[in-house]
Design a protein around this ligand. Structure first.
Ligand code: SAM
Length: 344
């Protein structure tokens, strides 16, 4: 019943009440993935193409005031979970200052970040103080040479050191995201799982998605995670489990331990019927589906003097057109942009 209530916030001493965001299929939109840059300090083989230079110019990025205004507006419409992403969010200068602004916005109850953790050692303490609740770290291998191959030269040691810093500071919970690829890292699941279990991190395996040319070429390495789960069940007693704020992952607890493993299966078992998310690119384009090219240029309206009511109307119009489901299995050519352009 509470979902039918208005969301109430106080802004400049006036109460702002807006209806929750519900799309035409009855899905409540409560989660915004907010990209702060499309640049990244890694070149994962399934993401930004090697040699790619055509990044969004920094003066086109939403500035922190614009981001805060949009987040405030989304929060008034019931979007309570904001995840900062990219590109790599930690390459955006003063990102901790943005975190401290967003963490105090009424209605934002969960502020998280997806990062490759290369620079996290430097930022961890500042992010914690600024109010970051949760962290997802991408880690496709714990073998240094393999990690470097997958990420285009990334140094595994930096990531592992950063994770220790974050853990020691008590930033958490920490989830480790691992894109599983046939013949690349699919033999490493038990090792990564043991690494995570020893540190109280939750491992989540992800199927590769055909987004952009890089994502499409990675489809030859696609692994159905159902087969991985069955394989793992021979070694571990996996008990279905529920995690709060689980999002699209299906979780299993490993019997006899506190560890969990999650499976994110956009290809073999999509979860579009429960999709509650939106994505905002660093230049202020709103995407309502990772598998759809339609975008809504919020920045243009923001910068041409639209008031919040007009912006709200635009956002609602976009949400009304949110597709029922992606077409990754039936139309692989559909999504031109690679993940880092949208915000993964
Ligand atoms: N740099 C941050 C990070 O590493 O988490 C945030 C951005 S990154 C684009 C977000 C996530 O998208 C990462 O976990 C990455 O592995 C995943 N990703 C990128 N391209 C993908 C693809 N084609 N299929 C599946 N996952 C992908």
């Amino acid at each position: 019943m509470s979902r039918l209530c208005f969301h109430i916030n106080t802004v400049n001493n006036r109460v702002v009440m807006r209806n929750p965001l519900i799309d035409q299929y009855g899905r409540h939109i409560e989660y915004l993935r907010l990209s702060v840059t499309d640049r990244c300090d890694l070149r994962c083989q399934y993401c930004i193409p090697k040699g790619f230079k055509d990044f969004v110019a920094p003066d086109e990025w939403l500035n922190f005031d614009e981001i805060a205004r949009l987040v405030r507006l989304f929060a008034e419409m019931g979007v309570n979970h904001i995840r900062l992403t990219g590109g790599e969010p930690l390459v955006r200068r003063d990102i901790d200052q943005l975190v401290s602004v967003l963490s105090t916005i009424p209605g934002v109850s969960d502020l998280s970040m997806s990062s490759n953790a290369i620079r996290l050692g430097h930022y961890a303490e500042k992010l914690k103080q600024a109010g970051l609740n949760r962290l997802n770290v991408s880690l496709d291998s714990i073998n240094p040479q393999r990690y470097a191959e997958i990420t285009g030269g990334g140094k595994l040691e930096k990531v592992l050191n950063s994770l220790e810093v974050a853990r020691t500071l008590g930033i958490g919970p920490i989830k480790i995201n691992c894109v599983l690829m046939k013949g690349v890292n699919d033999d490493e699941v038990p090792a990564i799982l043991e690494y995570c279990a020893a540190r109280d991190f939750t491992l989540r395996l992800i199927e590769t998605m055909p987004v952009g040319d890089t994502g499409r070429s990675s489809q030859s390495l696609y692994v159905s995670l159902e087969s991985t789960r069955l394989q793992l069940s021979k070694e571990y007693d996996l008990v279905p489990d529920i995690m709060p704020g689980a999002g699209p992952a299906r979780y299993y607890r490993i019997k006899g331990s506190a560890s969990r493993i999650g499976f994110i299966t956009p290809i073999s078992q999509h979860f579009c019927d429960t999709c509650n998310r939106l994505r905002l690119s660093c230049e202020g384009d709103l995407y309502t589906c990772l598998g759809d090219e339609s975008r809504y240029r919020l920045a243009d309206h923001l910068r041409s003097g639209c008031d919040d009511t007009e912006l709200e109307q635009l956002i609602r119009a976009a949400i009304n057109l949110k597709p029922l489901k992606h077409e990754f299995n039936t139309n692989r050519q559909k999504v031109i942009r690679f993940m880092s352009m949208t915000g993964g």
